[in-house]
Design a protein around this ligand. Structure first.
Ligand code: GDP
Ligand code: MG
Length: 597
């Protein structure tokens, strides 16, 4: 009975307690025993547990009894990071309501706002929840004011809870049963289900997590995936649960469940796609399906050049369980054979690189991330350039455009000055400045995405002692006065180190770049020149002096084990080095550009 189903998400800024609250709700509904309870039940990937972040959306089906009446609660956990905003939007599209969790000791942050907008677009009933009220610094009244001021959401009935100590959890469950509307699908209409998450399971293959809008999905049914145009047999159905998936034979109207189709490739069950009945198709897919778009690109190269095929193999396998990456082979004069890989954002890039190294035992060099530039050639063609070294010579193109984003920053007022300087350095254009209270300010900027890709996040954290929060969304392309800056090591241009920069800051970037490289390039047996150039014009130069002595020289001959250890250490270091001509460069050299201002 749809009347007794509640589908809801938890949305929050990172660290405001979303996963902890999910754990508490699971526990309160008795879905796992005390003994089985681990913290952060919903974060299943190793990387998620280690970093304490949620990458994939997860769900759990719970049963809650209110006044003698059992209700089915489908809790849809959403990924909290900007890179995965498309998944957030699909998770929310599958929900009928959302718990908006705000840390009562912190207040509204950038992703709080971004998530609320997505929830409002999906017409969700939003229940404000102030979390961490056990903390002495909690100030629920101030935070309620902030929510009302920034988002215009009525907070007179907001709930105060502590996900950690369990305060207010029962009341929260009662409230969500009362306030979140039950689904109202047509039980007799053809099957219509939205895939809002998909992932790869080693035993079961690609799994699709769906919300059924109309009709139902039955075991044995022949279904049709509208985006791919392929039909499949439903092999199994399950209700989601972090520990033990419970099998079922039917996922009914309004319910949430996992569909097993025996597929090898998650690309066949992409997030946002619609599943219907093959013989009795629904007229229209659930709205809002978008092809995922990669915003950040980087070259990935195996350190050992003979590992290229292994890298290809690893990417093929990863793509089967993360269809949001793209890759194509590329060659670099400096690094050899590798791939240009497209990611949803910077965190996604880090996660993928880490998984390639960890799960496939590869040593990789990543080049500095870049965006897609649009280059209009003198012949009238428009090229997408995702690798700076592929920019045509200056006389062969008319203009370069670069992607911009709308950036939202929330900060305590004491860091406002620092942040405005940072945004100006990054070519940001201020669009809005709004005092939420005497202590906190909301800023809106238009800023080139490339500036954000270049280590912006770490810099924002450092100028605000970690207090500023940040979110962004793409707003299209603008023409820029940009040039390619090349780096030469020992007279040889290193294509993998080229970057595209604004003409006005090319000179100073070039100088900082060679200075930073000088610190990183290890001394060789000979003197090494490091130069930055624009076209054929050298604009900066530093020299790395020759090394002279061998490292073992300081061992005074006697201590043989110490000597061996040093040699081994040196060998270990070499493994992470890449020979560029006669010069050995460490892996970090390729990311140096990110560290300069
Ligand atoms: P998420 O990023 O929104 O999923 O946040 P987490 O659930 O991972 O919580 C972030 C941190 O806040 C963790 O260290 C939690 O233990 C802590 N936390 C969560 N809820 C509470 C609470 O009610 N009180 C206190 N004191 N800490 C909490
Ligand atoms: Mg979490």
């Amino acid at each position: 009975m749809q009347k007794h189903i509640r589908n809801f998400s938890i949305i929050a800024h990172i660290d405001h307690g979303k996963s902890t609250l999910a754990d508490r709700l699971i526990q309160e509904c008795g879905a796992v025993s005390e003994r089985e309870m681990t913290t952060q039940m919903m974060d299943t990937m190793d990387i998620e547990k280690e970093r304490g972040i949620t990458i994939k959306a997860q769900s759990v089906r719970l049963t809650y009894v209110k006044e003698g009446q059992p209700y089915i609660l489908n809790l849809i956990d959403t990924p909290g990071h900007v890179d995965f905003s498309y998944e957030v939007s699909r998770s929310l599209a599958s929900s009928d309501g959302a718990l908006l969790v705000v840390d009562a000791s912190q207040g509204v942050e950038a992703q709080t706002i971004a998530n609320v907008y997505i929830a409002l677009e999906n017409n969700l009933e939003i229940i404000p929840v102030l979390n961490k009220i056990d903390l002495p610094a909690a100030d629920p009244e101030r935070v309620k004011d902030e929510i009302e001021h920034t988002i215009g959401l009525d907070c007179s009935e907001a709930l105060s809870v502590s996900a950690k100590s369990g305060i207010g959890i029962r009341e929260l469950l009662d409230t969500l049963v009362d306030k979140i509307p039950a689904p109202t699908g047509d039980e007799d209409a053809p099957t219509k289900a939205l895939i809002y998450d998909s992932w790869f399971d080693n035993y079961l293959g690609a799994l699709a997590l769906v919300r059924v809008y109309d009709g139902s999905i039955k075991k044995g049914q022949e279904v049709y995936v509208m985006g791919t145009g392929k039909k499949h047999e439903v092999l199994n159905l399950m209700y989601p649960h972090p520990l033990a998936m419970q099998k079922t034979t039917e996922i009914k109207t309004g319910e949430v469940g996992i569909v097993v189709l025996g597929l090898k490739n998650v690309g066949d069950v992409r997030v946002g796609d619609t599943i219907t009945d093959n013989r009795n198709k629904t007229a229209e897919a659930v709205g809002g399906f978008k092809e995922v778009k990669q915003f950040v690109f980087a070259g990935l190269y195996p350190i050992e050049t003979d590992k290229f095929e292994e890298l290809r193999d690893a990417l093929d396998k990863l793509k089967l369980n993360d269809s949001s990456i793209s890759y194509e082979p590329e060659t670099s004069a400096a690094l050899g054979f590798g791939f240009r890989v497209g990611f949803l954002g910077l965190l996604h890039m880090e996660v993928i690189k880490e998984r390639l190294e960890r799960e496939f035992d590869l040593d990789l060099i990543a080049t500095a991330p870049t965006v897609t530039y649009k280059v209009k050639t003198t012949k009238g063609a428009v090229l997408d350039i995702q690798n700076p070294s592929q920019l045509p010579p200056v006389n062969e193109f008319e203009e370069i455009s670069e992607p911009y984003v709308k950036a939202t920053v929330l900060t305590p007022t004491e860091f406002l000055g620092n942040i405005i300087i940072l945004m100006n350095n990054k070519r940001g254009i201020q669009k809005k400045m709004d005092y939420l209270s005497p202590e906190r300010v909301l800023l809106e900027y238009e800023i080139p995405l490339n500036e954000i890709v270049m280590d912006f996040y770490d810099k924002l954290k450092s100028v605000s002692k970690g207090y500023a929060s940040f979110d962004y969304e793409p707003i299209g392309y603008q023409v820029g006065d940009l040039v390619k800056l090349d780096l030469l090591v020992a007279g040889e241009p290193v294509d993998a180190l080229s970057i595209i920069v604004p003409r006005v800051s090319a000179q100073s970037r070039g100088r900082d770049f060679v200075k930073a490289m000088k610190e990183i390039v290890p001394r060789q047996l000979f003197e090494v020149a490091i130069q930055a150039s624009i076209g054929t014009k050298v604009i900066a130069r530093e020299t790395v002096k020759s090394m002279g002595k061998n490292v073992t020289a300081k061992c005074y001959g006697g201590d043989i084990t110490r000597k061996r250890k040093l040699l081994e250490k040196q060998k270990e270091g070499k493994k992470r080095m890449k020979s560029i001509g006669k010069v050995q460069l460490p892996q970090e050299a390729f990311l140096t550009i990110l560290k300069i201002d």
